[in-house]
Ligand binder design. Structure first.
Ligand SMILES: [Zn+2]
Length: 191
C-alpha cells in the first residue's frame, strides 16, 4: 500500500476510462454521443474517490494516540459510510457504531475512527468483512480489552436487482475481546 505516484495515477485513470468505454459499447450505446463523451473520464475520477481506501493504511491512521485517563467505554455512533459490494459492483451504505474499552490510558482521536471506517469502506467490500476488518484493526492497533462494531446498511444489489427487496436493512456485529490474558476471541453476528 502507499500513495501512488502521479504517473501511475494517470495510467490507472486511463485504464478505467477505456474499460468504461467498452462497457458503454457493450450496452449498445454510441460513445460519440455528446453527453457521453466525458462520461468514461468522469467515472474514472469518481472511482478514484469511491475506492480511495486502497491507498490508506489502517495502522498509520491509528498510530497517533494520546494519553487520557479513560475508565469506561469509548462509543462513537452513526458514522456514515458508502461502500461497493464486491459481488455485484453496486453501492451499499449506512451507519457504523464503534465501541471499545481501552486497556491502558492510550486512546485515539474520534476523527481517526471515522477515517478508519473510510479506509475500509472505500474498497470493494461485503458488509460482514467490513464489520470484521474495522473491529480487528482497532483491536490490533489500540491497546484495548474489548471492541464491538455494528453496521446497518442498505444494499442496492438487493433493491435494484435479484429479490428487489426495497425495505430491507442488513445488520452485522463483530466483537473482539480478550479472555485469559492475551488470547483474543472474536464473534460475528449477522441479523
Ligand atoms: Zn451485492
Amino acid at each position: 500500500m502507499g500513495t501512488l505516484n502521479s504517473n501511475a495515477k494517470i495510467s490507472k485513470n486511463q485504464v478505467i476510462s477505456e474499460n468504461v468505454k467498452n462497457i458503454l459499447l457493450s450496452l449498445g450505446e454510441n460513445i460519440n454521443r455528446d453527453v457521453l463523451l466525458e462520461t468514461p473520464n468522469r467515472v474514472a475520477k469518481a472511482y478514484a474517490q469511491i475506492f480511495s481506501g486502497y491507498g490508506e493504511n489502517p495502522k498509520e491512521i491509528l498510530s497517533k494516540q494520546f494519553d487520557q485517563s479513560c475508565q469506561g467505554k469509548v462509543i462513537v455512533k452513526n458514522i456514515e459510510f458508502y461502500s461497493m459490494c464486491e459481488h455485484h459492483f453496486l453501492p451499499f451504505f449506512g451507519n457504523v457504531d464503534i465501541e471499545y474499552v481501552p486497556r491502558s490510558n492510550r486512546i485515539v482521536g474520534l476523527s481517526k475512527l471515522v477515517r478508519l471506517v473510510e479506509c475500509y469502506s472505500k474498497r470493494l467490500q461485503i458488509q460482514e468483512k467490513l464489520t470484521r476488518e474495522i473491529a480487528q484493526a482497532i483491536f490490533d492497533n489500540i491497546s484495548c480489552k474489548h471492541v464491538k462494531v455494528r453496521i446497518r446498511a442498505e444494499h442496492l444489489c438487493m433493491k435494484m436487482r435479484g429479490v428487489k427487496n426495497q425495505n430491507s436493512v442488513a445488520e452485522t456485529e463483530h466483537e473482539v475481546f480478550c479472555e485469559r490474558g492475551e488470547d483474543n476471541k472474536s464473534a460475528l453476528t449477522t441479523f
